[in-house]
Design a protein. Structure first.
Ligand SMILES: [Zn+2]
Ligand SMILES: [Zn+2]
Length: 394
């Protein structure tokens, strides 16, 4: 007793059919609706249906699973999942190639932050594969019949030797290089002169889409049916993945923006009121920090609702404050004692006490990017039993 008979019905066989009966039934049906021979979308749909039925029923493990559970679990064997390496030993080379499938294509689309903020309509032309108009996607001259590929006997697959591991060469089923996995090919002399047998040509297509307010970096815009055309299958989608171009002022993460401003020591200590940026829609953003609020170097201020637009509301703008210290030249012109009276006095309790042995250290200007530059290997040991010799003998 089987759970359902839909796949058997598609092929026109009984659930008790043998593997050879299933194969015969599939071949008979495939001829009547193969997309290369019959130019009818319904036939193409039927071809896909019987192909997937055959794919499940021709494999004993997936057939068993289908008999027991129906379509929902078909295709998964009852046992633990086999990895690619193991499943290659059970590959049926007589199985016909699966029907062509059009793939979705994902293309990065660079866009300015201004366009993401304000929205924009984009129009341009793309180049894509279209079904050859001369041969209607058959790849052959008028009346030319595709012939069974001699190399793979029509299965679309051949066994190729490949190294599976050290000293282990195995035979791995791979798409047939002669017919590119299709199982059939057209004789060189009968090839369509426009597409030279490739079934498709390059064509230009005008497309347009809207970048809507509220879309962010990484957002995907799907244009159904605008992907490359593949004979015998529906064209896939062309998907544009928005990629925010680097901006001079703002960095973006999700719906939030961030920027860095430079403050003088005076501004950091005494407060300020000034325009810190021109926003993506041209507005000047003025920031006021009152006297009495001291900005610490590296301190971050958050401006609510000044980030990227959401469908309702806005993200936030993070302002990182970089405090610029005055130069040594400026300091030379100042009265040190007068400055000492103005600025806070160091807290003596926090200062380290001198130990018995005091060394006066010398300094030079540097950068933390040099931190770690002194490695062990710059230290030459003239020792034959050193660690480097031991490593090479392993
Ligand atoms: Zn052609
Ligand atoms: Zn072949």
């Amino acid at each position: 007793m089987v759970a359902e008979t839909e796949l058997y019905d598609a092929l026109g066989v009984s659930p008790n059919a043998s593997q050879s009966e299933i194969r015969k039934a599939y071949r008979k049906q495939a001829i009547t609706c193969h997309p290369d021979k019959v130019d009818d979308p319904q036939a193409s749909e039927k071809f896909q249906k019987i192909s997937s039925a055959y794919e499940i029923l021709s494999d004993e493990a997936s057939r068993e699973s289908y008999d027991a559970f129906g379509t929902k679990d078909a295709g998964q064997s009852a046992g633990p999942p086999m990895d690619d390496f193991m499943s290659s030993f059970f590959f049926d080379l007589n199985r016909p190639p699966p029907p062509p499938k059009a793939r979705d294509q994902v293309v990065d689309f660079e866009v300015s932050l201004e366009d993401l903020y304000l929205g924009k309509s984009v129009h341009f032309a793309i180049e894509k594969d279209v079904i050859c108009k001369l041969c209607s996607g058959s790849g052959g001259k008028k009346g030319a019949k595709p012939q069974k590929c001699g190399r793979c006997s029509g299965s679309g697959h051949v066994l190729l030797s490949r190294q599976l591991g050290p000293g282990l060469i195995g035979q791995i089923p791979s798409p047939c290089p002669d017919c590119e996995g299709e199982g059939t090919k057209i004789k060189d002399t009968s090839r369509c002169r426009k597409c030279e047998g490739s079934k498709t040509t390059k064509g230009k297509k005008k497309i347009s889409f809207d970048i809507k307010k509220g879309m962010v970096d990484g957002h995907k815009i799907r244009l159904q049916g605008e992907g490359d055309e593949v004979p015998g299958a529906k064209a896939g989608s062309l998907i544009f993945k928005l990629k925010a171009r680097k901006h001079d002022t703002f960095r973006v993460s999700g719906y939030d923006l961030a920027m860095t401003i430079k403050l003088t020591l005076f501004e950091a200590l005494s407060g300020f009121e000034k325009v810190i940026c021109n926003h993506l829609d041209g507005r000047s953003i003025k920031l006021s920090v009152p006297q009495g609020k001291v900005i610490q170097p590296g301190e971050t201020l958050c401006l609510r609702d000044q980030g990227m637009p959401l469908s309702r509301g806005y993200g936030d703008l993070y302002v990182q404050c970089d405090v610029e210290m005055p130069s040594g030249y400026w300091m030379k012109l100042q009265d040190r004692n007068a400055l000492a009276k103005l600025l806070p006095v160091p807290d003596e309790k926090k200062e380290l006490k001198e130990t018995e042995n005091v060394q006066n250290a010398k300094y030079e200007s540097s950068s933390m990017s040099d931190f770690g530059r002194t490695h062990a290997h710059s230290n030459d040991f003239d020792d034959d039993n050193g660690p480097s010799t031991q490593c090479t003998t392993q």
